[in-house]
Write a protein that binds this ligand. Structure first.
Ligand SMILES: NC(=O)c1ccc[n+]([C@@H]2O[C@H](COP(=O)([O-])OP(=O)(O)OC[C@H]3O[C@@H](n4cnc5c(N)ncnc54)[C@H](O)[C@@H]3O)[C@@H](O)[C@H]2O)c1
Length: 284
């Protein structure tokens, strides 16, 4: 897509981290914005960071709720008439060995990370297609959606599903001759508030997994060591939309891990390698 100015972007999870930086990057390029989050304070901070003169709407939206996402789409199309960039970005994380994940961990992570993207596609894409304009659906997955990471089975499962869903969406759009494109954003560790995801966890899905703490320490250390910021991720994402690059891998090292995994798959072999999350760290 070669024009951002005066076009319309919707960002979920815009109240913090990567979503906030995507919102700023869109605003800096002259886009009109609809920003959504479950966190009203985060959303209002993001709004306060918008350059002056930018047309912005904010809405409380829990992406795990189809009704919330449908009402977000209603707001965007009623206020601005069209959507050119849809960032299905909201996401949460849990940690711990796969066998320790609770039914509540599974329900919460899949309802936000996977169903949140599904709801975005269901509620926006038919109206974006009907509008007939060019546009992009940008789904935030993760390096964990392309590789396997110890202690992140639930999160990896949700993010692998987002990659598969994005690949299928692209094929469906091509089959139907749509002008819409898809990007799937796959960052590795970036310092944001995701390690504190539980802050927005619904009480009926409260965390009870005692085996998450050691992994939590590793992730926080990995984030502190990361040399890629959320603003870098947003800038690289906007460039990828411009260039129409489907896979967005802001951390170059992730390419090697993907290559290793694909080599393993075609050689029918899972090699014994050190865990690839933070290879220099001790086991928990
Ligand atoms: N930070 C990383 O290292 C990293 C790496 C790869 C992928 N990601 C992905 O990037 C995306 C953004 O995460 P982040 O790192 O900026 O974390 P973050 O916690 O800083 O931001 C996530 C935002 O999503 C919002 N949110 C949470 N649940 C929601 C819900 N049900 N509905 C709507 N909004 C909700 C939060 O309030 C928050 O504002 C996520 O999809 C995450 O999985 C992050």
């Amino acid at each position: 897509m070669k024009q951002f100015d005066r076009r319309i972007a919707v960002v979920t999870g815009a109240g913090s981290g990567i979503g906030r930086e995507l919102a700023i990057a869109c605003a800096e390029r002259g886009m009109k914005l609809v920003l959504a989050d479950v966190d009203p304070e985060g959303l209002s901070t993001t709004n306060s960071l918008m350059p002056s003169g930018i047309d912005v709407r904010t809405q409380h939206c829990d992406v795990s709720s189809f009704e919330d996402v449908r009402s977000l789409a209603d707001l965007a199309f009623e206020e601005f008439g069209h959507v050119h960039l849809l960032f299905n970005n909201a996401g949460v994380a849990t940690l711990g060995p796969v066998w320790s994940a609770t039914p509540e961990d599974w329900k919460w992570v899949l309802s936000v990370n996977l169903l949140g993207v599904v709801h975005g596609i269901q509620c926006f894409v038919p109206r974006m297609i009907a509008g007939g304009d060019e546009g992009h659906i940008v789904n935030t997955s993760s390096a964990a959606g392309l590789t396997a990471v110890a202690g992140s089975g639930v999160y990896c499962a949700s993010k692998h599903a987002v990659v598969a869903l994005s690949e299928c969406l692209l094929k469906d759009l091509e089959l139907f001759g749509s002008k819409l494109k898809v990007n799937v954003l796959c960052p590795s560790l970036v310092k944001t508030a995701i390690a504190d995801s539980d802050r927005h966890r619904p009480p009926h899905l409260a965390p009870t997994n005692p085996e998450s703490a050691p992994f939590d320490r590793r992730v926080r250390a990995g984030m502190d060591a990361s040399n890629v910021s959320a603003a870098d991720v947003a800038r690289i994402t906007m460039q990828a939309i411009w260039d129409d690059d489907f896979y967005i891998l802001p951390h170059p090292a992730v390419r090697l891990r993907v290559e290793e995994r694909l080599r393993d798959i075609i050689s029918d072999h899972q090699r014994h390698k050190p865990d690839n999350l933070v290879t220099t760290m001790d086991r928990p």
